[in-house]
Write a new protein. Sequence first.
Length: 288
Amino acid sequence: MPSPRRPRVLYVTDLAYPARGRRYCDEDILLTSRLRAHFDLALCHPRDAAALVDAFDAAVVRNSGPVLGYREAYDAFRERVTALGIPVYNQLTGRADMAGKQYLLDLTAQGRPVIPTVARAEDLHLLPEAAEYVVKPRLGADSMGLRVVPAGRVREELDGTDGELLVQPRVDFAHEISFYFVDHGFQYALYAPDPGRRWRLERYEPTAEDLAFARWFVEWNGIDHGIQRVDACRAPGGGLLLVELEDLNPYLSLDALDDEGRDAFVAALTRALRRLLDAPRPLPADRP
């Protein structure tokens, strides 16, 4: 009796992406080497994903670099999988970095614990006073276009940008902490004890308050299938403030975990992909 066909997964990544201080390719080589035990798996560059995805049961978007570098190809991929009803991991309905940085403005306006963010010169008075401010594109990623400017230059930085730039006070924080979730399950947390060395990470044991903080943003985002990384900083008062919610292709820093931690993460991801593949699929958009 023939064996049942194994699920076919298209793993979208840019193995050559030059991340600062990190080697994205090592992470994807590790993950794909382990996932091959459970799925028929092929890797492709994000520019090729729309042309190839038809032959697969699901697509996994991982370390594919900032979408700004291949916007048309990414939009074509989204349109194709939506038309065919092919499930994608991460689910494409994210409200956070997947859709740009508007969520930082929205959450600031709601009084949520995020680094205060505005996009218009007339709203600068809503920010805490600071000697320096961070200016970054609304659609930026991976620190692309990010600049630190003195307080006296912030207003001119926003002139004529029509809301395309965001401004935040430069926070004097103790350290940054990242919380990693697979679907809605917490996996691990890492932190950078030295604020000047963002990617020199160590394992962090979150308190109940820390986890409640991170979980709120994961629940708010409403993604059922996907990896999310909640990046926060420890403010001078001791509380956490959201820096960003990465819900498209978060780097996982698996090299900061021990073998047991990596095994646990791969097992959680494998279970999540099986759930995604077993879930009812919508009818393709181009069929009745």
